[in-house]
Design a protein around this ligand. Structure first.
Ligand SMILES: [Cu+2]
Length: 117
């Protein structure tokens, strides 16, 4: 009966697939997230993001003007981000990281890295 044999023939293939997925999973079981911040209307949107250690923040400039993502305490600086350009940074450690646009200092944001999930 080929209708009954077919599922059995697929079993080894499924086993290999499951093992492959398990091998690719991060050791801790938690998956690092990517959070996006838009730069639009001369503001960071959202201005405040909460993430976990190891997560990535990606800023994308949707304004017609050039902006930067510059940490107030140093530590990171995107440099000039022209329209449509993105800047990404991984935050490995917990803490509060305030930043602003170096060209328009009234543009401010903060990345809050909490405890591991
Ligand atoms: Cu700016």
């Amino acid at each position: 009966m080929s209708a009954r044999a077919a599922p059995l023939a697929l079993a080894p293939l499924l086993a290999i697939l499951v093992l492959a997925v398990l091998a690719l999973a991060p050791a801790g079981g938690a998956r690092a997230a990517t959070v996006r911040v838009r730069i639009a209307g001369y503001a960071f949107v959202p201005a405040r993001v909460h993430i976990h250690p190891g997560d990535t923040v990606v800023w994308t400039n949707r304004d017609p003007a050039t902006h930067t993502v510059t940490a107030l305490a140093g530590g990171f600086d995107s440099g000039a981000l022209g329209p449509g350009r993105s800047y990404r940074r991984v935050f490995p450690a917990a803490g509060s990281f305030a930043y602003r646009c170096a060209l328009h200092p009234e543009m401010r944001g903060v990345v809050i890295v909490g405890a591991p999930p």
